[in-house]
Design a protein around this ligand. Sequence first.
Ligand SMILES: Cc1cn([C@H]2C[C@H](O)[C@@H](COP(=O)(O)OP(=O)(O)OP(=O)(O)O)O2)c(=O)[nH]c1=O
Length: 210
Amino acid sequence: MEKIDIVLASGSPRRKDLMEREGVEFTVRVSEVDESLEPDLLRQPEEAAKKLAERKARAVLEEMLNEAYVGTAMVVGADTMVVADGVIYGKPEDEADARRILGELSGRAHQVITGVSVWLAGAPANEEDISIAFRSFAETSHVFFKELDEELIDRYIATGEPMDKAGAYGVQGKGGEMLVERVAGDFDNVVGLPVKRLIAEFGEFFEAAK
Ligand SMILES: Cc1cn([C@H]2C[C@H](O)[C@@H](COP(=O)(O)OP(=O)(O)OP(=O)(O)O)O2)c(=O)[nH]c1=O
């Protein structure tokens, strides 16, 4: 197989760390996408997570092809969402929103769903022969929260952790243990990327990137 250029279509430092930890060689490229969801997708979180991951990867691939990229590329997009009783929680809008979300997650179990979308493109020098294929999957983990009182929520918000994270918390970061009782399923998936499954499903491409 030809050498493959792996591109992580994500601005998340956590996803970058997870890929690096597995020894993958890749570059990062981020493109703005519309993260709003059609009403029917709001009721299907796995589909929604896959859809947003697809948008992210596709937007980056399109930019590359517009810049006349030549080669074989694998573009990986991901989107992580927290879901409790069918309600999707994204990133908090502000501290008050973070306080509300953490209050709602207190003492309960929720799902963390990461949609992953992998786009493969073969772009030879003759640009008429570009081939594109993609495949997406969603991985679900379960997170059990402790009972959180207001004082603890305030202390947690003061760590600054919630603002850039789905569900207003980071299981891995400072203070994650203040909130989380246990995780069932893939821990990396909660952090933002089920990297072992990604590599297992696309092993030959990761090999070809070396
Ligand atoms: C639940 C949870 C989420 N997160 C993070 C993972 C993601 O970075 C973020 C969810 O937002 P996403 O929209 O999935 O990703 P992002 O905006 O950070 O990056 P990009 O769109 O460029 O790919 O929340 C944690 O770090 N720890 C956690 O425990």
